[in-house]
Design a protein around this ligand. Structure first.
Ligand SMILES: Cc1cc2nc3c(=O)[nH]c(=O)nc-3n(C[C@H](O)[C@H](O)[C@H](O)COP(=O)(O)OP(=O)(O)OC[C@H]3O[C@@H](n4cnc5c(N)ncnc54)[C@H](O)[C@@H]3O)c2cc1C
Length: 415
């Protein structure tokens, strides 16, 4: 299909990352910036997050999700970004050609650079294989949140929540406020998956128990969930005999992980990390396919939207530089997660650069130091009191990547 639309920058996904990228691309000098968003309104997952807590880092204010999104929507309008809503991008090629379906039908577009900002999706029951029947009443936390906040529908009256990720914690409070009884939040790991502030504000404030090292082992119910069995698990994740407890409930909410949305990226030949599920980017947030950049939850799952927006702005500046022919130097050296670190983004960094490193630890750690090394040379060392896997850490090395280094590593060491 011949491209009917030509643009300097095409942004796939109009969530907070996509909108921030679009505004920053215009500010960096791109003339034509196009955002493709499949939902009827841009704003992404924030549109259903009516609680506050967004924007604390960026604006120093606790905004609701829609309020945070609105700031970027207005900025995008002022910057004359073209936002096509109800427009699903169906295909992307390595040559930066897109095929999309919108109210005007199927069309093709050609872009100088593409920014992937498709966000992420939730892991569902199939991914964790809980034994039992298949009744109604089992929802992912995001689906339950959409029912409640966007459609004014009550997902259930007596709920159990599996997984202590932030979405599950937020839903524990939300369901309680709407009059449901939340019996417990059950977490397989020995530590919580969500932010400490959400444990305090969503569970402790409402006397909702959190059972760590516990999981759901069985679901019963014919038409609707009737009973859910919970048991303690050992360090290897095996059920500890004699610890099973049965909860009578009509709803099971799953908050068991988020997966970056990257089907389109794969079709374009973008290589993904098996750890983050996002693209293997360099310090410019460029993927292995020249001219295709990634940011936000499509790149790696963020704890705070403020960081997703900042990352998107960085991707946009790099994308505009690419369009001007200023980017794409030889590939950088690998940035490797070492002791105590689960992942680091970016995955490559060029000699002479001081990449902003976003990372998560593999298990609760601290007090200690985050150390960035290239060979024996220490490029950065930062003390911390406590780091949790639920919290992203960000660090820019004080020294640039030295020429001749074979790789960089980021690790946790004792204080
Ligand atoms: C329940 C919940 C509570 C949260 N609470 C907080 C909080 O209190 N504070 C905070 O800072 N952060 C919070 N977050 C995190 C924050 O919402 C995310 O960091 C942020 O939304 C990520 O932005 P994004 O643009 O990368 O992804 P998203 O918001 O998911 O946006 C991605 C967009 O891409 C679109 N899209 C995907 N594929 C296509 C396609 N093929 N074609 C067209 N469009 C497409 C989607 O429709 C969507 O609009 C919360 C998240 C959730 C889910």
């Amino acid at each position: 299909m011949e491209p009917t639309l030509k643009t300097d920058i095409a942004v796939i996904g109009g969530g907070p990352a996509g909108l921030a990228a679009a505004v920053a691309a215009r500010a960096a000098g791109a003339e034509r910036v196009l955002v493709l968003e499949r939902e009827p309104v841009a704003g992404g997952i924030l549109n259903q997050c009516i609680h506050d807590g967004f924007g604390l880092v960026r604006f120093g204010e606790a905004l609701t999700g829609p309020e945070y999104a609105d700031r970027f929507l207005r900025a995008a309008q002022e910057a004359e970004v073209q936002i096509l809503t109800e427009t699903m991008t169906l295909e992307l090629t390595a040559e930066r050609r897109l095929t999309a379906l919108g109210p005007q039908g199927l069309f093709a577009a050609e872009a100088g650079a593409v920014i992937l900002a498709m966000g992420c999706r939730e892991r569902a029951r199939g991914a964790i294989q809980i034994p039992g029947t298949r009744p109604a009443g089992i929802f992912t936390a995001g689906t339950a949140q959409h029912y409640l906040n966007a459609q004014n529908l009550m997902p259930g009256r007596r709920a159990l929540i599996l997984g202590s990720g932030d979405v599950g914690l937020i839903m524990a409070r939300r369901l309680t406020l709407e009059g449901a009884e939340v019996l417990a939040v059950v977490e397989k790991l020995p530590y919580a998956g969500g932010l400490a502030r959400n444990i305090a504000q969503c569970l402790e404030d409402y006397d909702i128990p959190l059972y760590l090292s516990h999981t759901v082992t069985h679901i019963e119910g014919k038409q609707r969930v009737e009973r859910v069995t919970v048991a303690r698990v050992d360090e290897a994740g095996r059920e500890v005999p004699g610890t099973a407890r049965v909860y009578a409930c009509d709803t099971l909410i799953l908050s068991v992980g988020l997966i970056p949305e990257n089907e389109l990226s794969l079709k374009a030949g973008v290589k993904l990390s098996p750890v983050t599920g996002g693209a293997l980017v360099d310090e410019d947030l460029q993927t292995n396919v020249p001219g295709i950049f990634a940011c936000g939850n499509a790149l790696h799952v963020h704890d705070l939207v403020d960081y997703a927006s900042a990352e998107a702005e960085q991707a946009a500046r790099s994308a505009v530089a690419f369009c001007r022919g200023e980017a794409a130097l030889p590939p950088g050296i690998p940035v490797r997660p070492a002791a105590g670190v689960r992942y680091v983004v970016p995955f490559f960094a060029r000699p002479g650069s001081r990449p902003l490193l976003s990372l998560r630890v593999s298990a609760p750690a601290g007090p200690g130091r985050l150390v960035v090394k290239a060979g024996e040379q220490v490029l950065a060392a930062r003390k911390f009191t406590r780091l949790l896997p639920s919290e992203m850490a960000r660090l820019t090395p004080r020294l640039p990547v030295p020429p001749g280094a074979a790789e960089m590593e980021v690790l946790v060491s004792d204080a």
